[in-house]
Design a binder for this molecule. Structure first.
Ligand code: SAH
Ligand code: SF4
Ligand code: F3S
Length: 463
């Protein structure tokens, strides 16, 4: 089916705003897929949009509050459009929708649809119901099976980098986290469905596929041979698909890094030397209070074993400072773990109490000013490590996946095996179409990227 045919007179415009994790990015894409046959074409402008979907995140207080400030602005837009006789359907999707449900329409009655992450396949029906104007439509049921069974199979052209959700939900119940409540129990998609979607993505031009899941390495899926596979086996199968040059997976839990998965990092060339492995804290006391189910030592051993099989692997992580009960000594333990591991990058956050989670009721709240001080110290160390990592790459010749043109004319942009953004002048005689993997020599570090020069075939032959 062509997506570039003449515009239909009844074409409507759809704006989707996405917050939160990559699973939300994936879901936003699938919502666009499912609404396309109804005549909804994407737009970036709220004034132009006949339907606006806010795909929201509940992970920290700030993330959820953004939704309501956005909704305030949309109320005005909706009024202005109504004055011109144009209807605007406003939908709130994602984890705030799941967590707050009907409270959203109570606080913002101009919202037409509230839909939880497991109900996106029912979106067309909800839009029809909302247009009949029988009050707000609220859908926040589980489970995930239905969603994956009923989303359309065909996915439009994706570009060279694609996301593929293979697992949803979480059974870990870390003390601080809303995900088990907003995304429900762990659910693994069957291998055959994942392989079919990956083949389709590759046929549409994807060269790099990132497998997604809240606990992606807990994936355990029914396989075509009747056994249950784990992630390492799935990665081996995916690596065989023609066109797939690169594989990644995110986000992993230290407890689910099994032996075969560690070995896979040394054995599958398409599996990129990069792993995002959140640790949250370096203190055994805090890890226990967080219900993470492992000690700091397990994390250090995992880092060693991964580097044994893949010495150039870049490790990145997530940290929380100021979890209830975290003392100055606990925080020192986190700093020590960071020094011992050496990260190529990391996200770090101040603990944010989330209603309904166990940590919100734990004693020992850390003062806001103390959290700020700890966060600054941690971020300075992590930034230093990231700079060191990037600087150590300068001079190396590495494969860069071309993802588009650079910001300046005659430049190409891409990403390194370690997910660093790279830009390079298009060398005379060098070809670098989007989707090509080309060798480049990394030349210099910049605040958010590395500059490089393309290594032409004759140079690499002579090298
Ligand atoms: N499934 C992943 C991450 C989920 S959320 C994992 O298990 O690690 C992404 C990150 O947000 C978490 O790793 C954590 O560092 C942070 N986060 C989650 N809840 C938080 C809270 N209440 N306050 C501050 N940061 C939080
Ligand atoms: Fe949240 Fe913990 Fe589950 Fe990650 S493992 S999603 S931090 S509960
Ligand atoms: Fe946020 Fe939900 Fe993802 S809370 S991080 S959007 S799973």
């Amino acid at each position: 089916m062509s997506t570039t045919g003449p515009a239909r007179p009844n074409t409507r415009k759809l704006l989707i705003r996405t917050w939160g994790c990559q699973m939300n990015v994936y879901d936003s894409g699938r919502m666009a897929d499912i609404l396309a046959p109804l005549g909804y074409a994407p737009t970036e402008s709220a004034e132009e949009a006949d339907m606006v979907i806010l795909n929201t995140c509940h992970i920290r207080e700030k993330a959820s509050e953004k939704v309501f400030s956005d909704l305030g602005r949309l109320r005005e837009t909706k009024k202005a459009r109504a004055a011109e006789g144009r209807e605007t359907v406003i939908a709130v999707a994602g984890c705030v929708a799941q967590a707050e449900g009907a409270e959203i329409t109570a606080r913002a009655p101009w919202v037409d649809i509230v839909l939880g992450p497991q109900t996106y396949h029912r979106l067309p029906e909800m839009v029809a119901r909302a247009s009949r104007a029988a009050g707000a439509v609220i859908e926040t049921d589980f489970p995930a099976e239905d969603k994956f069974d009923h989303l359309p199979e065909a996915r439009g052209p994706q570009g060279p980098v694609a996301f593929l959700t293979i697992q949803e939900g979480c059974d870990k119940f870390c003390s601080f986290c809303v995900v088990p409540y907003t995304r429900g129990a762990e659910f693994s998609r069957p291998a055959a469905a994942i392989l079919a979607e990956a083949r389709q993505l590759a046929a549409n031009g994807a060269r790099e596929i990132a497998l997604l899941g809240q606990n992606v390495n807990a994936w355990a899926g029914a396989s075509p041979d009747g056994n249950s596979w784990r992630l390492a086996r799935l990665l081996r199968e995916l690596a065989e698909i023609p066109g797939v040059a690169r594989l990644r997976y995110t986000t992993s839990h230290p407890r689910d890094m099994d032996d075969d998965l560690i070995a896979a990092h040394g054995e599958i060339p398409a599996l990129m030397p990069y792993l995002h492995l959140p640790v949250q804290s370096g203190s055994d006391r805090v890890l226990a209070a967080m219900n993470r189910g492992h000690k700091a030592d397990l994390y250090l051993r995992l880092a060693d074993r991964l580097r044994e099989v893949r010495p150039d692997i870049a490790l990145t992580s997530d940290f929380i400072v100021g979890h209830p009960g975290e003392t100055a000594k606990d925080f020192e333990d986190t700093m020590r773990l960071v020094e011992q591991v050496g990260f190529a990058g990391a996200y770090s956050f101040k603990y944010s109490a989330r209603p309904g989670t166990p940590a919100a009721a734990q004693p020992g709240a850390v003062a806001e000013a103390e959290k700020d001080t700890r966060l600054q110290a941690l971020q300075a160390l992590l930034r230093q490590q990231q700079d060191d990592f990037n600087r150590a790459c300068v001079g190396r010749v590495v494969d860069v996946l071309i993802t588009g043109t650079g910001r300046h004319p005659g430049q190409v942009a891409g990403r390194s095996p370690w997910l660093q953004p790279v830009h390079a002048p298009l060398a005379h005689g060098g070809a670098a179409p989007v989707g090509a993997v080309v060798p480049m020599q990394l030349r210099a570090t910049h605040p958010n990227s590395l500059s490089a020069t393309m290594v032409l075939p004759e140079e690499s032959a002579a090298a």
